[in-house]
Write a protein that binds this ligand. Structure first.
Ligand code: PMP
Length: 281
């Protein structure tokens, strides 16, 4: 497969990145992950808008119009013949002698790759487990930054203990997952943290909130506590790769009877019609 480098598709072995690229030295950049279903980029516009917004928030100017970038993503997927998979793309502030302030002269560097990925059907059916971990990240989690140490450390702790994801919390308040958004359902109402500086407003989250409207599931974008999380009737997480993923156990506490809940199932089915696949595909 070819990789993306500054608007060109090249062989990976031909890629040259400076050791002083600010992405490498500071994590000074942002990224995006777009899902491909059946050769189509799912919610491409939303992802591309978020990519430009994240860049703008850290004052990196993407050297392509959105239309050109959009077409580039499509060409990339087509070039690599990706039918079901994903595109990863990042932009850094570029290479310059190491100093914290922005360099006077540096050209942003865009790199990306595609890969084939299957839907996580087994986990979607059975649900997964998660554990609470303190959210030690910075206060601009709305930016899809390359700086992911807080996320990485939490995910590693969860992983080492056999959990699929960490449920991050600031004090008592649940924010989101390491690489996902979190939702609880209580008495038919769906609760999720508001899209502010403390979470990344997932594109899957936005689709789910739309689906709730269609299904007439009331939504409260209100933060809930760890205690409330444990008392939810249903719990799930979402991201581009995990879709509507039931969480059936938090720590050693089973949610409901340890099986995915009814409204979670409904949302899964509605999500599957959105992406145009059947439940058991
Ligand atoms: N929150 C965080 C911290 C994430 O890294 C992700 C995945 N990139 C999400 C939420 C979910 O976002 P999306 O639905 O766009 O994948």
């Amino acid at each position: 497969d070819l990789i993306l480098h500054n608007g060109e598709f090249i062989r990976e072995e031909d890629l040259v990145i400076s050791k002083e690229d600010r992405g490498y030295q500071f994590g000074d950049g942002i990224y995006e992950v777009i899902r491909v279903y059946d050769g189509n980029l799912f919610t491409a516009k939303e992802h591309i808008d978020r990519f430009y917004e994240s860049a703008d928030k850290i004052k990196i100017v993407i050297p392509h119009t959105k239309d050109v970038f959009h077409k580039m993503m499509y060409d990339f997927v087509e070039t690599n013949n990706i039918n079901n998979g994903q595109v990863y793309v990042q932009i850094t502030r570029g290479a310059a002698e190491r100093q914290h302030q922005f360099p006077a002269q540096a050209n942003p560097v865009i790199t990306g790759n595609t890969k084939s990925v299957e839907r996580p059907v087994a986990n979607l059916n059975s649900g997964v487990t998660a554990k609470f971990i303190e959210d030690i990240r910075w206060l601009r989690c709305d930016i899809k930054s390359l700086n992911l140490l807080g996320n990485v450390l939490a995910k590693q702790e969860a992983y080492e203990e056999g959990f699929f994801e960490a449920i991050l919390h600031r004090g008592e308040t649940v924010t989101e997952g390491c690489s996902s958004n979190m939702y609880g359902i209580k008495n038919g109402i769906l609760y999720t943290h508001p899209a502010n500086n403390l979470i990344l407003n997932g594109i899957t989250r936005r689709v789910i909130l739309e689906l709730c409207k269609e299904l007439e599931i009331p939504v409260e974008e209100t933060a809930f506590t760890k205690t409330q999380a444990l008392e939810m009737d249903e719990f799930f997480m979402s991201s581009v790769t995990t879709e509507v993923m039931p969480i059936v156990k938090i720590g050693d506490h089973k949610i409901a009877q340890g099986v995915p809940g009814e409204l979670t199932r409904k949302l899964q089915t509605a999500f599957e019609s959105r992406i145009g696949v059947g439940v058991k595909s």
